[in-house]
Design a binder for this molecule. Structure first.
Ligand code: ADP
Ligand code: MG
Length: 282
């Protein structure tokens, strides 16, 4: 898909609008919200609207790992806000903490300090079971190496999250609807002709398409993408990016994507940079 000029709300780290009048995609639009363009400064009403629209926020996130007794700090003080329907990319070198941040935003791990909020509600401190349920319902995740289950067909891989979300009994009762749902999303990502293929019979791009379908079959609010093009050649990576951009637009899906590739990152509405455990404009 080519770059578009669709106007999108921009949320700063604290959830305030910072660029609703800015062109939506491209290298020229790379603010983290700290710097506002003139038109973005217009009107506090718009600011309030975007503040309400923040789909996902990380506020003052700190995270260290431990190597024996020695703490290894990774994220020092990271704040980020993603508006409803916004596509934000985060560029960072290997080891800069990109995956760590995505895991924290998706409640797969807990921050040492700070908060994660979904639609304004704090979610990082929920009991484990509630967090699991919320994650299954509201988050989709895709990864560099796809993480498809090798013994399942494409269709079965996409059905798996529905089975987990519903439980076996309820899933069986709604089996037809679910299969229809899975087929529809597979058609949307261009894989209708590969329903019965196993992952080893798919190309890299097809595996990522299947993984995207699996991530979206439960209709999540937010898609977290960890280097989704990292294992693909440039052309296939571009195709996957086009697919993500079109899903973002057609389904008002919020996307947070981490990557080490500035070209890929600049196709999002907004690109941020993670350096030394802190977020900067790219
Ligand atoms: N489970 C872990 N235990 C200890 N250190 C870890 C763990 N996960 C990541 N790290 C370290 O944290 C840093 C950031 O890792 P990561 O978030 O995977 O970076 P990126 O995704 O940007 O490559 C790295 O130095 C890595 O070695
Ligand atoms: Mg990583």
């Amino acid at each position: 898909m080519s770059k578009t000029t669709t106007k999108k709300p921009q949320a700063s780290p604290n959830g305030q609008l910072t660029g609703s009048e800015a062109p939506a995609r491209g290298p020229h639009w790379t603010g983290n919200g700290a710097e506002q363009n003139n038109s973005a400064r217009e009107g506090s009403a718009a600011n309030k609207k975007a503040s309400k629209q923040a789909a996902l926020q990380g506020i003052g996130i700190k995270k260290s790992y431990h190597k024996g007794k020695t703490p290894v700090p990774v994220l020092h003080d990271v704040s980020i806000a993603i508006a409803e329907g916004e596509f934000v990319s985060i560029i960072g070198q290997s080891g800069s903490g990109k995956s760590t941040l995505l895991h924290l935003l998706g409640t797969l791990d807990s921050p040492d300090a700070g908060e994660v909020r979904l639609g304004g509600e704090r979610i990082d401190n929920l009991p484990a079971k509630k967090r699991d349920k919320l994650r299954n319902k509201h988050f989709g995740m895709i990864f560099q190496f796809y993480h498809l289950l090798p013994e399942l067909t494409t269709l079965e891989n996409v059905l798996a999250p529905l089975m987990i979300a519903e439980g076996v009994l309820s899933y069986r009762l709604k089996r037809k609807t679910h299969r229809q749902q899975a087929r529809e999303i597979l058609e949307r990502v261009g894989l209708s002709h590969r329903l019965k293929h196993k992952p080893r019979e798919l190309s890299g791009g097809e595996m990522q398409r299947a993984a995207i379908a699996r991530a979206l079959v439960t209709k999540p609010r937010v898609l977290l993408a960890d280097e989704p093009t990292g294992n693909l050649d440039r052309k296939t990576g571009d195709e996957i990016m086009s697919l993500l951009c079109s899903l973002n637009e057609s389904q008002a899906l919020s996307i947070v994507m981490v990557t080490h590739d500035a070209v890929i990152a600049n196709r999002a509405h907004r690109a941020l940079r993670l350096t030394d455990g802190r977020m900067h404009s790219a």
